[in-house]
Design a protein around this ligand. Structure first.
Ligand code: ZN
Ligand code: FE
Ligand code: FE
Ligand code: ZN
Length: 264
């Protein structure tokens, strides 16, 4: 099995199970390493219902560092950070003050619209779908260049509810974003949470993963587990997707540094 680098904790108020239970599940599956990457606290009022508060940083840190015992799997300390206009102002000090192993950078908002939030799903019926995707990839490119993050999370998240332009249009708009991701030396994750969502697909699609492979963008794996039984969810499908795209290796992280390992 390969490391699972995308795991949440109940501190985000929409996950269940304690970190020890996530770890136990990983050990049961023979996963050698996991990273907790809970939603980063935000002082600007972005969705306080689904993240810890700024005051909870130390609680989160201690919760994760407490899991770093001799018992396998190894446990990494990470976060999933969101991007929006102006977020660097607080994200930069916030992230550099923590002994983080990795930061996943994800876009969950277009303006104030939480486009992947089930409660805001109906907004998709009222917007220009292609325009929304275009805006998404522009923001992703900007986030890639921010030097705040190590991994791009769920690369084609806007497909979550099935709203998407034709594949050739996605290809055209993803091109520049992937160039910027490659240029910044970031990895992307193969995230199986899409299999549990209406779209029923892994993020990213085979087409986008092939474009990433062409640019030598490294990969890692994530379940986006919000409960212990989701750890390592259907990683065999992720491995198959990676191999079919031509990948033979993936990366591990420690203190923001990547090392390569061969795919099993
Ligand atoms: Zn979440
Ligand atoms: Fe996310
Ligand atoms: Fe997540
Ligand atoms: Zn996520």
């Amino acid at each position: 099995m390969v490391p699972d680098y995308h795991i949440h904790t109940p501190l985000c108020r929409h996950a269940e199970g304690n970190p020890a239970e996530f770890k136990t599940q990983a050990r049961r599956l023979g996963i050698p390493e996991i990273a907790f990457t809970d939603h980063v606290p935000n002082p600007d009022g972005y969705d306080p219902r689904c993240r810890m508060s700024m005051e909870e940083w130390p609680t989160y840190r201690n919760l994760i560092l407490d899991q770093q015992t001799v018992e396998p799997p190894q446990v990494l300390f990470g976060v999933e950070a969101d991007y929006y206009e102006g977020c660097e102002r607080f994200l930069r000090p916030s992230l550099s003050n923590q002994p983080l192993d990795l930061v996943i950078g994800s876009i969950h908002y277009l303006g104030t619209w939480g486009f992947d939030n089930p409660e805001e799903r109906q907004v998709w019926d009222t917007v220009d779908v292609t325009g929304a995707w275009q805006k998404y990839f522009e923001l992703l490119g900007r986030f890639a260049e921010s030097r705040l993050i190590d991994v791009i999370g769920h690369l084609d998240l806007p497909k979550k509810f099935g709203y998407r332009p034709p594949e050739h249009a996605i290809r055209d708009m993803a091109h520049p974003a992937l160039d910027r991701i490659a240029q910044a030396g970031l990895a992307i994750e193969i995230n199986t949470s899409g299999l549990r969502k209406p779209v029923r697909e892994i993020y990213p699609s085979a087409m986008l993963l092939a474009l990433a492979r062409e640019r030598d963008i490294p990969i890692c794996f994530g379940s986006d587990a919000h409960k212990p039984e989701e750890v390592g969810d259907r990683f065999e499908e992720s491995l198959k997707l990676a191999r079919e795209a031509g990948y033979t290796q993936a990366v591990r992280f420690s203190a923001h540094q990547k090392t390569v390992y061969p795919l099993p």
